[in-house]
Design a protein around this ligand. Structure first.
Ligand SMILES: O=C(CO)[C@H](O)[C@H](O)COP(=O)(O)O
Length: 254
């Protein structure tokens, strides 16, 4: 089962470098999206060629299906427990390795899996690198119950952060509501720029109908950016960790 007959060379380069980090016996989180799919295919190739013994938890039904179809051992996160490493894509990566994720609508499971991992490795093409998060619409997974109420509360939260004139769109699939793997809806926040991601993350997390937002702050340890010529650039958070920001994010998530 091959989904990427002619993969994007930058995504392929990043995926190849990330798969090279995998060691026999590892427990791995598998991300979602086009880059993560390339990575899963390369990983399955390594397992076949080298007979690696891996246990994998997928971040979406689509990835679970792809990985299992390629012969990887896919189990639930609870069956595996703690993971050594998660490899996932991203929609935006800033210089502090803060991310926007959820373009594929899987950020809820992606965040749970990343949080259960010793290390989160992001694989991306150069188009994902930004100076400041927010040009990509921020996905927010919300309960179907009270959806319009939650949308109003999200708008009010944005007003409180002087972002009140921004669009808060329900994500659609054709003319139907987009339904996540967990059965929820998605709001896409067209913010243009996010002046303070920590404040926004905290405000969104405090809204009862919000299940999870796509800001991944202080979670990514290593970003591997593939280049079209097949080379990669790596950005390593451990070299320059912003302790204040991490404390804020931990507080926001508690
Ligand atoms: O967060 C995600 C899915 O929820 C993806 O990792 C993100 O959208 C990047 O996808 P792609 O590799 O296709 O550009």
């Amino acid at each position: 089962m091959t989904q990427n007959p002619q993969p994007d060379p930058a995504k392929l380069a990043a995926s190849r470098a990330a798969v090279a980090l995998v060691r026999d016996g590892m427990k791995l989180g598998l991300g979602t999206g086009s880059t993560a799919s390339i990575m899963v295919e390369l990983l399955a190739g390594r397992v076949r060629a080298e007979g690696l013994s891996l246990r994998c938890a997928a971040t979406s039904k689509a990835t679970a299906e792809l990985a299992a179809g390629l012969g990887l051992r896919v189990e639930t996160l609870d069956e595996i427990g703690w993971l050594d490493m998660t490899i996932d894509g991203a929609d935006e990566v800033d210089p502090d390795l803060h991310l926007i994720k959820g373009g594929g609508g899987a950020h809820l499971r992606e965040k749970v899996v990343a949080a259960a991992s010793d290390r989160m490795v992001v694989i991306a093409d150069p188009g994902k690198i930004v100076d400041r998060l927010g040009a990509f619409p921020l996905p927010v997974e919300v309960l179907q119950f009270g959806f319009e109420t939650t949308r109003t509360l999200v708008r009010r939260a944005l007003e409180g952060l002087d972002l009140g004139d921004r669009e808060v769109m329900q994500r659609l699939k054709g003319s139907d509501a987009w339904i996540t793997d967990e059965g929820n809806f998605i709001l896409d926040l067209h913010l243009q720029a996010i002046p303070d991601p920590v404040l926004l993350a905290r405000a969104l997390s405090a809204i009862p109908g919000v299940v999870e937002h796509g800001l991944f702050l202080g979670m990514c340890d290593l970003a591997i950016i593939g280049k079209p010529d097949g080379d990669v650039v790596t950005l390593d958070r451990s070299a320059d960790i912003d302790a204040d920001m991490l404390a804020h994010e931990a507080e926001a998530r508690s």
